[in-house]
Design a protein around this ligand. Structure first.
Ligand SMILES: Nc1ncnc2c1ncn2[C@@H]1O[C@H](COP(=O)(O)OP(=O)(O)OP(=O)(O)O)[C@@H](O)[C@H]1O
Ligand SMILES: [Mg+2]
Length: 494
């Protein structure tokens, strides 16, 4: 019952129209009675005075009792719609034209009589002697005359006979007619209202259907409410009202939900790939380590001391490599975990570059690679996490050294660049193919040039990129195959 908005609106409208109809009927009936009273009193205002004159009810300054009785009798027969009463000056009823059994009052209030004689207010209702509480329109005149009144001739208009006739006619005709007229116009209003509501709620129904079908779908696609709007635009009926705005909000929300679910699914896929890659990278050195250790255990008697030493060295290298790999993975996971990690503070980047380069130059002698450090004068302090920036420099230098052959040249340049300080690591090694450049920052990606001397996982540049993200900075590469590579990043000056 009343589950749809349309049904609720229809019920409210029907109730409203029925109430209006009932109020209209009550008001119109009471106004009609008021109107009849006023017209009657206006038309018959001088009826009492005229009766005195026409019927010669006053003779020689006195009420002619016989003529009055005659008039009472005649009016009871000829015009039963009026009732005539003779009152004394206090309003007591002395005689009347009506059936004696029906008169209920002995006294009529003088207030309305005074008002009638002095003021022009219509309709004025006076006491109806045939009822204890009713009031009716009347006409009155002092008798025998206005100068020396001894009483009043009080004429009640629309007497009891009129009431009976009026109510019979009203019940059978007026009430019937007005009820049908009101019911007809209300029915028309109801039908027009229902039709209007139907068209108003049509778009809402369409929107509800769209939302429900989206809710029941797999959230991969949705039927846009915008199409409905486009139809409206095509027919020139676009209103862009609340329902249209609700529709476009739904479109936008559904679009975002679909995009976000897709992003989550993509992330999930790349996480799976990452886990597969990590397990693969761990499995290879572990298998080799285990192989050598098993050989040592089983065949130790057949192996020479030199061979045994060699196997132990290989096993140690593999375990070192595993330690490095697990260390890098842990580092990346920690960097991913939270942005609060970077402990940003001012530090002297020139000193850091100097220290890191010195650490690396120790191992360079045998490869005859020259490592040059160029520091501009007056380099300001920079804002950053000194330990993380040290890792960036280590990774870049380690890559540069590994990809540079004998007689290679590596230079680290620190320059001031407006409100920032730029650090670049440049080598003249094998370089990177242009099409591979966008991928080298991906986790586990290794370019074609990667030498397998020592084992590397392809995580170094991913760590560099993440660290610089935490510093709201980026890293850029300039490289070509065979022509060396230059990596550069900026840090904000303190
Ligand atoms: N200076 C460079 N010259 C040429 N190629 C480079 C240079 N630096 C990086 N690359 C290429 O980019 C790839 C990704 O570098 P990244 O530092 O991420 O991994 P990796 O050095 O192979 O392994 P890891 O750093 O984890 O030990 C490298 O495998 C290499 O192919
Ligand atoms: Mg590296």
């Amino acid at each position: 019952m009343l589950r749809t908005l349309y049904a609720k609106l229809a019920a409210v409208l029907s109730l409203l129209l029925i109430t209006i109809g009932a109020i209209y009927m009550v008001v119109s009936l009471s106004v009609a009675q008021h109107y009849i009273d006023e017209v009657n009193q206006l038309v018959s205002r001088d009826l009492a005075k005229n009766l005195i004159m026409d019927r010669n009810l006053v003779a020689e300054g006195k009420i002619d009792e016989a003529a009055l009785k005659e008039t009472f009798h005649q009016y009871m027969v000829i015009n039963p719609s009026i009732e005539i009463y003779l009152l004394d000056l206090e309003g007591n009823i002395l005689s009347y034209s009506a059936d004696p059994g029906k008169v209920k009052r002995k006294h009529v209030s003088l207030g309305p009589i005074g008002d009638f004689l002095e003021k022009d207010i219509y309709p004025l209702l006076g006491d109806d002697p045939r009822s204890h509480d009713k009031q009716k329109a009347f006409s009155v005149t002092p008798v025998p005359n206005e100068i020396n009144p001894e009483g009043y001739l009080y004429v009640v208009l629309q007497g009891e006979e009129y009431d009976a006739a009026n109510s019979a006619v009203r019940d059978s005709y007026f009430l019937w007619l007005s009820s049908w007229a009101v019911a007809g116009s209300l029915l028309f209003g109801l039908l027009a209202g229902l039709l209007l509501f139907y068209f108003l709620t049509r778009r809402l129904r369409r929107l509800t259907q769209l939302m429900e079908s989206f809710k029941d779908s797999d959230f991969s696609d949705h039927h846009s409410y915008g199409i409905v709007c486009e139809e409206k635009v095509a027919t020139g009926k676009s209103s862009d009202d609340e329902i249209d705005r609700l529709g476009s909000t739904f479109d936008a929300m559904a679009g975002r939900i679909i995009a976000q679910l897709k992003a989550i699914a993509d992330q999930d896929n790349s996480r799976r790939e990452l886990i597969a890659q990590v397990s693969h990278d761990l499995r290879t050195p572990l298998a080799s380590l285990r192989g050598y250790l098993e050989t040592l255990k089983i065949k130790s008697e057949d192996l020479s001391v030199k061979q045994q030493q060699e196997y132990i060295d290989i096993s140690l290298r593999q375990s070192e490599h595993l330690t490095d790999l697990v260390g890098e993975l842990f580092e990346l996971a920690t960097l991913d975990a939270t942005e609060q990690l970077a402990h940003i503070e001012p530090f002297a980047v020139t000193e850091l570059v100097h220290d890191v380069c010195q650490k690396f130059s120790l191992g360079l002698d045998k490869k005859t690679i020259s490592l040059e450090v160029k520091l501009e004068d007056a380099i300001p302090f920079v804002m950053g996490d000194i330990a993380l920036i040290e890792r960036v420099l280590e990774n870049l230098l380690e890559n540069a050294i590994r990809h540079t052959s004998v007689d290679g040249k590596i230079s680290v340049v620190v320059k001031k660049d407006n409100a920032e300080v730029s650090v670049s690591v440049k080598d003249n090694g094998v370089g990177i193919k242009t099409e591979e450049i966008p991928r080298i920052f991906e986790r586990f990606y290794q370019a074609e040039n990667a030498h397998q001397e020592g084992q590397h996982a392809g995580l170094g540049l991913a760590i560099v990129k993440r660290v610089l993200e935490l510093h709201q900075s980026t890293i850029s590469v300039d490289s070509q195959a065979g022509k060396g590579a230059e990596f550069c990043f900026h840090l904000k000056a303190a």
